[in-house]
Design a protein around this ligand. Structure first.
Ligand code: 6PG
Length: 239
């Protein structure tokens, strides 16, 4: 499957374009299987998307009562911690949509146990994530799959805990692994800003180099991968 790339003039248009795709995904998943399973990414980029989906113009376009929101990863911190992806997303979505989130229990003093419990929870939602939203870090990480980390080699577990990360915040993480992410029906990278353009070029057009560029390991086994980029993030891509 050739790499699918969607480029929008600016971040505002980009998240509107992705939101339309998510509305389609939700409608199809609920029609076919009765539920839409949407895995959220953390960091800062997706906040505007979550705000948009919760806005009066958009909130009614998805059947949230038949949707389950998961996390591709979160930091091993409590839900009220400023570094919590759950805190970011629940504030951006608002109370109604946030009630559909199955959060990672990052407050557990044993992140490995929290990861094992989360692996059970995601399977209770369904056998595959329908729409998996990913970001891209400056070091080429995605979710909490960081360069040269043992989690890159995981072939069985679907959710694992990581050591203290090498990027801020310097905390342990809990993350979906390649087997789980690549089992998704749709995977979307949402990336904005010229500062990521070099990495995007390396990952989209370069060889698979999982240890140095973990995002190159994102290859859906039976699904679609689409890169949603604004013009800045796409600067280095040859036409
Ligand atoms: C996290 C995210 C991580 C994020 C990238 C991009 O927990 O930090 O899941 O993978 O998506 O680091 O983050 P920004 O959107 O803030 O650039």
């Amino acid at each position: 499957m050739p790499t699918q790339i969607h480029i929008a003039h600016d971040a505002t248009q980009l998240i509107e374009d992705l939101a339309e795709i998510l509305v389609r995904d939700a409608r199809e998943a609920i029609q076919k299987r009765g539920v839409w399973i949407f895995a959220l990414s953390g960091g800062s980029t997706p906040k505007a998307l979550y705000n948009l989906l919760a806005s009066p113009q958009w909130i009614g376009r998805i059947d949230w009562n038949n949707s389950v929101l998961l996390f591709g990863d979160d930091r091993a911190v409590g839900p009220d911690d400023e570094n919590s992806n759950y805190k970011m997303a629940s504030e951006a979505f608002g109370e109604f949509i946030a009630s559909r989130i199955v959060r990672i229990e990052g407050e557990d003093s044993d992140p490995d146990e929290a990861a094992k419990r989360y692996e059970v929870r995601i399977r209770e939602a369904g056998d595959r994530v329908d729409s998996n939203l990913l970001g891209l870090g400056p070091d080429g990480h995605t979710a909490s799959l960081f360069p040269h980390s043992p989690q890159l080699n995981e072939t069985e577990r679907r959710v694992v805990a990581t050591p203290v990360s090498t990027l801020k915040p310097f905390v342990r993480r809990i993350t979906m692994t390649y087997p789980e992410i690549n089992n998704s029906r749709k995977i979307y990278f949402l990336i904005t800003g010229k500062d990521k353009a070099d990495r995007v070029q390396e990952i989209v057009n370069g060889p698979c180099d999982v240890q140095n560029l973990p995002a190159t390991g994102i290859e859906p086994t039976d699904g679609d991968l689409i890169w949603f980029l604004d013009v800045g993030a796409a600067t280095q891509l040859s036409r």
